[in-house]
Design a protein around this ligand. Structure first.
Ligand code: PHE
Length: 373
């Protein structure tokens, strides 16, 4: 029942207090009733309207009707009532404003539309080739291993069977860290020229058997051109167990090349030399661009230099001298054998994606890179 302002039968303190209590509870009940903005406005006017609103009525029925001696107490009460009602409306109004502005916001936003997509970039083609090549070996049970780019002479050379002053070191075009002369040679720092030092680092930590692939950045003092860069990427592989043979090496790499470049690719192993493998080989794959013919229509095939074969990587059986450096961790060269390989990822990416200039990979031109997005 809607509240009506009662006439007071007397103006005693207890009557006034009761009247205030009744009004408050009536107000609390009514304040919960409005269901729309229109109903809420009606409710507000019923209480606040100057003409005949409840507060106005209270002024007439309570204050004006009070006898002189009660005027000051009734006046205080009427002020309390006004303050109470006005405060309650202030709360309500804040709430109503918030609710209506929320409603307006929702009318402007179509929450069924997809959100704003933030551009997250694309994987760099070299890293993509690296990841895909590692994945080929991971599917054969290999794990990933990594090591530092700033390396010691010991891991980059000595433990890989490059003795101090051995001429094979010259082939690596090493970039040395300055100011290392006061250290013993094996502790001097350099930028690793290949990922092979991680072979030793991993064998120091894990006893055989192991099967690992090692992706990473390497540096050599090569001036940049269409096929060279002072910074490039390699993937190293190492498998050590009892009875690993050159046949395992051939079968593993033949499978990997077919997985990565396509099943029609053929492989050819040609003798080579690396200090840390014996025997050593270079693996060639048949040119998947010209199909091995050396020609593209009437033009010569450039990627294989018209030979029909492309050099893919270096490999070989781990030299027993290398195992001597990690013998204490179970790598007795009389008991274990293994194979290793190392390939240039940038080269492999050039071939796979048909890019003709290595420098494009490192210039950061978005028009080039977004082709892999
Ligand atoms: N580390 C050699 C290089 O960078 C490649 C290689 C790795 C060869 C493992 C044989 C075995 O040229």
């Amino acid at each position: 029942m809607a509240y009506t302002v009662p006439k007071l039968k007397d103006f005693s303190t207890s009557t006034l207090t009761m009247a205030f209590v009744d009004l408050k509870s009536a107000f609390q009940t009514e304040t919960a009733l409005p269901n729309s903005e229109a109903e809420w406005k009606q409710f507000r006017d019923r209480w606040l309207a100057r003409k005949n609103g409840i507060l106005t009525q209270i002024n007439g029925l309570w204050l004006k009707a009070a006898p002189k001696e009660a005027k000051s107490e009734v006046g205080k009460l009427v002020n309390d009532v006004k303050r109470f009602v006005e405060q309650e409306f202030a709360k309500d109004r804040d709430w109503a404003i918030a609710a209506s502005s929320l409603a307006q916001t929702f009318q402007r936003i179509d929450i069924s539309l997809p959100g704003i997509c933030r551009p997250i970039g694309a994987e760099h083609p070299v890293l993509r080739a690296s990841r895909e090549m590692c994945a080929v070996f991971q599917r054969m049970g290999y794990s990933i291993a990594e090591g530092p780019v700033v390396e010691t002479d010991y891991y980059n050379f000595e433990a890989l069977n490059f003795p101090p002053n051995h001429p094979a070191r010259d082939t690596q075009d090493t970039l040395f860290i300055a100011g290392q002369q006061s250290k013993p040679q094996r502790e001097r720092l350099l930028l690793r020229t290949h990922t092979s030092p991680v072979q030793i680092r991993t064998m120091e930590k894990l006893p055989p058997p192991i099967r690992i692939v090692i992706p990473g950045v390497v540096h050599r003092n090569d001036p940049p051109d269409a096929s060279h860069s002072p910074m490039f990427h390699q993937i190293e592989g190492l498998a050590v167990d009892t009875n690993i043979t050159f046949g395992d090496l051939k079968g593993t790499l033949d499978h990997a090349m077919k997985e990565f470049f396509g099943s029609s690719v053929k492989t050819s192993f040609r003798p080579s030399f690396f200090p840390f493998t014996e025997p050593s080989a270079e693996l060639y794959i048949s040119c998947f661009i010209c199909g091995g013919s050396g020609r593209r229509g009437s033009d010569p095939c450039r990627p294989c230099k018209q030979t029909g074969w492309i050099e893919a990587l270096g490999c070989g059986m781990v030299d027993p001298n290398v195992f001597e450096f990690v013998k204490d961790n179970g790598y007795d060269p009389k008991k274990v054998s293994g194979f290793a390989f190392g390939m240039g990822v940038d080269r492999v990416a050039l071939l796979k994606y048909g890019v003709d200039d290595l420098q494009l990979f490192f210039q950061g031109d978005v028009r080039f890179l977004q082709q892999w997005a």
